[in-house]
Design a binder for this molecule. Sequence first.
Ligand code: 4AD
Ligand code: MG
Length: 431
Amino acid sequence: MDRLYISDILNDSFIDKDVTIKGWVYRWRESGQLVFVIIRDSTNIIQVIFEKSSVDDKTFEIAKKLTIESSVEISGKLVKQGKAPTGYEIQARTIKLYHLAEPFPITKDKSDEFLLDIRHLWLRSREMTATLKIRETLMEAAREYFKENFYHEVTPPMFVGAAVEGGSTLFEVPYFGEKAYLTQSSQFYLEAFIFSLENVYTIQPSFRAEKSRTRRHLTEFTHLEAEAAWVGNQKMMDFEEELIIAMTQALIERRKEELNILKRDIKILKNIEKPFYRYPYEKIIEIGRSKGMPLEDIVDLGEKEEREITADFDKPIFVYNYPKVLKPFYHRPDPEDPNHVLCHDMLAPEGYGEVIGGGERIWSKDELINRILEEGLNPEDYEWYIDLRKYGSVPHSGFGLGVDRTVTWLAGLDHIKNAVPFPRTIRRLKP
Ligand code: 4AD
Ligand code: MG
């Protein structure tokens, strides 16, 4: 490749050499016979200096009228410069102006709401750029881990005919005179795939008509889901533990600079080691009560409760075997304790709370039909799902990991909206 990126030339081997970069004006300042410009590209930033005495008049005129976000190509000599933000400087010789930007609307101290309104432009910020790279690395590391473990990537449909996670958060869409829904989870389809591919995963959007406005709910989120034949609840937790460690390690190794831009302390990430805590549901209720929360014996923990419970933990916590009444019908009741199901949630530490939900699935046809009826649902809506239990059914487990919540946690962000390029919430569909 002949294109040089800024990160390529921030390097002693280019000192005194002629370099050419392409990018956007990030900062601009004039001081008498000098113009200082910081240029950014997708990789980093670099200072460029235009000296009136060293460039021709036309070049200096262009440099003097540059505006923030103007797109340029600049050539000049690279020198070391301790005072420059990334330690080097280009002494410009020529500039080609591609586009002189109009006044950029993002200046210092804009409100969070404003930055969401112009997200299409805020994507260029160093914070967002760092976050996007962190997201990418986490998904990349997950894919690598799945591959090492003989999982196949599949692509289930997004238009579906029935609820997976309960009717209250279903998005209905008109579908040629019929009703369709946007999928809440690809789980049921992944269960169909295991009879051919055994171990499968997908990274696709899921949709929930979430009315709750919390720091961790979106209406469209990126869902990493996996399903495996012949695997039980505890084994699935082992697998997830290693997945989280593989993702965290990749972040520490490949995204130091980005974590630094977001001021995320790498020491905290280094604490994320095996074994994670594993508590039965009742124990987590006890922990909540010990912190002064008035919790009933059986209660669906919300964002606030999980935040308090996990605040002082340094590593994730698996909470397993929830009371049956708290979970959807597909979870397999514990044969030794049928009021509890063989499931788990993984709660992230530091107050972040639930990041994964998973467990073992009912694999007997009759037991499944009974649970569907018990929940007041119609078995006809789940015909093909029940069908999977008729032909060589096997024990199997799976899980769903919220990618956006994982980014929020591992990057140390304060709100899920900051982990997503174009967040979708009850009040936001634009840009
Ligand atoms: O716990 P949930 O609802 O579980 C399922 O959907 C299972 N069917 C997954 C499976 O076993 N294949 O969702 C799984 C995860 C949650 O732990 C959370 O991280 C994320 O998906 N999630 C959301 N993330 C952002 N906004 C929302 N509204 C979310 N709802 C769930
Ligand atoms: Mg859940």
